[in-house]
Design a binder for this molecule. Structure first.
Ligand code: MN
Length: 386
């Protein structure tokens, strides 16, 4: 079954005419417009940019966009600036044979007629100057994060903050292209459906945070998902480095009522993800509702993760209040969401060059723990006096 060729290209002016208008969300005509845009690029090359460390939502959305471009004989290249960091993300790329191209200085953008960005708040990239110089058109910006006041300069802007994943948005496009559903006998469809299902599951904490649209997208994908592969991709694998961090976090934990504070030692940036994982592990401790875990990454920064199930603590407020603002950059050292998680990063600066690593570590630990406890005391007192 081919894509539905009867879809009328009822093009709504999606592009904000000036930077002051915020992009319009949730509209049905996007696939039709996308198709028409791709039509105009037939036979040319298209670049899909993934910002930051590529996660399953971004990777699978890119895969779906690549697939839809391919329907109009457009070759896409999926470009990432960082290697996927998590075992699951690497497994997704490997198991499904997704061809991610990693950015390097000599990357030639002039081979592309257009570029798109999926699953990112940011619509500027470090390639902007080159893309502009080579006349590469900004084709599509598709995302589910909160709306920014300034509109991306893309021909198609589809930002839907009400969705738990970008993959669910792409599923709607696919639903318009294939109103009868994907073909469970077509390996390309199965591959894409499996990736998108993982994208939705991963961005919504396995549907805990999904919206009706994510469930609808999952229902659309379900018949074509390869469950065995999905299970292999989602299998938890912990490196020995991360296991060592868990061990440290468990042994070194300090319990203050329902708060647990711990640290994992010096870690390599490759194992950085072990910090939030250790925080989540400690959060499972009975009687604990708030956890802070930190480590020193690559001897350069103190990286911390904050997790809470408390009804009263707002992680974003907490981290901003507790760590304050960097005098150098004027930005907060940390932040988070309003509900359950946050993180921080504090540069060690000149302390990083200090010979005695143990002493640097104790200083960092003492400083953070002291201000943490002082802040908890303050936070609790304020709460009680309300
Ligand atoms: Mn996402």
């Amino acid at each position: 079954m081919g894509p539905d060729s009867e879809i009328k290209a009822s093009v709504v002016p999606l592009k904000a005419s000036n930077g002051s208008t915020s992009p319009v969300s949730a509209r049905k005509a996007c696939y039709a417009e996308l198709r028409q845009l791709f039509e105009g690029l037939r036979g040319q090359n298209h670049l899909i940019i993934l910002q930051g460390a590529p996660d399953p939502d971004a990777i699978s959305s890119a895969l779906a966009l690549e697939f839809m471009a391919n329907l109009q004989e457009i070759e896409s290249t999926i470009l990432a600036f960082q290697v996927p960091s998590h075992h699951e993300n690497r497994a997704l790329v490997k198991r499904l044979g997704i061809n991610l191209v990693y950015w390097e200085e000599g990357f030639d953008v002039s081979q592309f007629a257009a570029y798109s960005i999926v699953d990112s708040k940011r619509f500027t990239t470090k390639l902007d100057k080159r893309l502009d110089e080579s006349g590469v058109q900004f084709l599509a910006f598709i995302d589910h994060h909160r709306e920014d006041v300034s509109a991306p300069g893309a021909s198609l802007i589809d930002i839907r903050p009400g969705y738990g994943s970008t993959a669910a948005i792409l599923c709607e496009y696919l639903g318009e292209a294939y109103p009868k559903g994907l073909e469970s006998t077509d390996p390309e469809h199965v591959r894409m459906a499996t990736a998108l299902m993982h994208g939705i599951r991963s961005d919504t904490s396995t549907f805990l945070r999904s919206t009706p649209m994510d469930y609808q997208a999952a229902a659309f994908l379900a018949p074509s998902v390869d469950h065995r592969t999905l299970k292999m991709i989602e299998r938890k694998v912990l490196s020995s480095g991360v296991l060592g961090m868990f061990e440290n976090a468990l042994v070194r934990k300090r319990v203050h009522d329902n708060f647990v504070f711990s640290d994992v030692g010096y870690v390599r940036s490759a194992d950085r993800d072990g910090i939030p994982q250790a925080a989540e592990l400690l959060l499972a401790r009975e009687g604990t509702d708030t956890v802070l875990v930190f480590g020193i990454v690559d001897e350069k920064t103190i990286d911390g993760s904050f997790r809470t199930t408390s009804e009263t603590i707002n992680p974003d407020e907490f981290l901003k209040g507790f760590l304050g603002v960097s005098p150098e950059s004027g930005e907060y050292y940390g932040g988070g969401n309003i509900r359950d998680k946050g993180g921080f990063q504090i540069p060690l600066g000149f302390l990083g060059h200090f010979e005695d690593k143990n002493q640097v570590y104790s200083m960092a630990k003492e400083t953070i723990e002291k201000s943490f406890l002082a802040y908890i005391g303050k936070a609790i007192n304020e709460e009680e006096s309300k």
